[in-house]
Write a protein that binds this ligand. Sequence first.
Ligand SMILES: [Zn+2]
Length: 199
Amino acid sequence: MQDFIDQANKNGVTLLNKGRCQFCDADYQKGIFDCMDNYNNGLQLLDFNNSEHHISRFLSVDAHALQHPEIHGRWSNHFHLTRLNLILDQNQTWDYKKSPMLSDYLNAYKLNRPNEFLSIPKPLERGKITAKDLIKATTADECIALIKKWADEVYHSWSASHSIVSEIAEGFLDNIYNRKTLSRNITNRLHPSNQPHPH
Ligand SMILES: [Zn+2]
């Protein structure tokens, strides 16, 4: 809890604790505080032992983060928008191994870009669907479809930053591809079947 309050302070944003969420407009009583406490409630129909449901988890985390960019670090918005670009625009499959790879890539990327900021859409203009709407779903399939729609809306609202994150996404994919090719070449060289025949 303290983390997001600190981050808002750092960004000079006053957090309101009454009424609807000041960032996403979800219909709560304690504003952003309810929004942070309850955003997992709509995911209860999903089964995280089922790897097919993992993608909805990533999409929901990204959609929620990007509806509330003022309470995240600046590079965290890069991370979530790039991941949405990879999943929604570049049709990449995603799993738990890839998120730390993307973080590592961004950590290296940001060193040369002290002045790069994403253009943040105005509060309440980051997609109409909110985490609170997910509780309306009555089946896992409905929940999955709603999360996809939510992520699409939020991603669309950030269109001013799509060109930056597309480039990051392409750099990230090249990097993974090159790393795989490199390790494959090394493995192939070392594999006994690739050694010269011993005579
Ligand atoms: Zn909210």
